[in-house]
Design a protein around this ligand. Structure first.
Ligand code: FPP
Length: 282
């Protein structure tokens, strides 16, 4: 993964002037954007089309999102492509979503590789058709050395399952309970080693996380837009980034005030917030 850009000093004033025409201020970009791509079905319904047409249009929006992140200089993007709960959709829709992911990989892998995109996956591949497992593996292997944008695909992913699996892995290691703190548990999450999302974008106006990155979202900024996913474009991404640039992130502290204590003495690691694996407060 590319080295994350140095964050601005905490006291830096939000710079929003002039952004209506330009890209977002590079000094205040999120280093990790996570996106809940919602509204494909409604987009299709509004056009009298089958839901599949919405998902297909969603793949074009995904292409624009990746291009936009590369253009604006966002170093990491996570997309919620298929949740553990999505298996409960009608079989033909599940098949269509699996097929679309395969198609995106088959058709766009060359382009993504040339653009310097490193593909990663969070979630589990059991239950996923072998040809798709192979395609995902191929994409990860081929792009492993790329550094421009890390694209983390949450596919067959669910945050509660992730936390349960992490707890099981910790229990299997059998450490003394006092040794289990936030950092210990994080090392057993699907996202081990990755920064927490700074910004979580959800389209289609719904205000919920839907079992996405529950642990990692502890201090993420949220941006919800009414735009349906297939209509999400560069402008919509720019809007989200500009909104983020104007936020003040406090992590529960009062900026500029002297801390009563800098870290908590409890083994649970409460008190000082987890900062996304070493990310400075901002
Ligand atoms: C939610 O829209 C979207 C999904 C469950 C899947 C997201 C998939 C894509 C953007 C297409 C690309 C596909 C892959 C696998 C890379 P919804 O169907 O819940 O929409 P609705 O809430 O309007 O019904």
């Amino acid at each position: 993964m590319p080295a994350p850009p140095e964050p601005p000093p905490a006291e830096a004033a939000p710079q929003t002037s002039g952004l209506a025409l330009a890209g977002p201020d590079p000094a205040r970009l999120p280093r990790h954007v996570a996106v809940i791509m919602d509204g494909n079905g409604r987009w299709a319904k509004a056009r009298g089309l089958p839901r599949m047409a919405g998902h297909r249009a969603g793949t074009e929006a995904l292409r624009r999102l990746i291009e936009g992140c590369v253009e604006f200089g966002v170093p990491m993007l996570t997309i919620y492509a298929f949740s553990t709960e999505n298996w409960k959709r009608p079989a033909h829709e599940v098949r269509a979503l699996l097929y679309l992911l395969q198609e995106v990989i088959d058709r766009q892998l060359d382009e993504l590789d040339e653009a310097g995109v490193q593909i990663r996956h969070i979630g589990w591949l059991d239950g996923v058709p072998p040809h798709l497992q192979a395609a995902i593996g191929r994409a990860i292997e081929r792009t492993a050395a790329n550094e421009r944008l890390t694209l983390c695909v949450a596919f067959n992913y669910g945050a509660r399952a992730e936390i349960v699996r992490a707890v099981r892995a910790v229990l299997a290691e059998g450490p003394p309970p006092d040794e289990v703190d936030e950092a210990y548990l994080e090392r057993h999450l699907e996202t081990a080693g990755l920064p927490d999302p700074d910004l979580i974008v959800r389209t289609s106006g719904e205000m919920r996380l839907s079992n996405f990155l529950l642990w990692q979202a502890a201090y993420s900024e949220f941006y919800v837009t009414d735009v349906l996913w297939p209509d999400f474009d560069r402008e919509a991404l720019r809007g989200a980034l500009v909104s983020y640039a104007a936020r003040e992130r406090r992590y529960g502290v009062v900026p500029g005030a002297e801390a009563t204590r800098t870290r908590d003495a409890t083994a649970a690691g409460g008190g000082a917030p987890s900062r996304g694996r070493g990310a400075p407060y901002r």
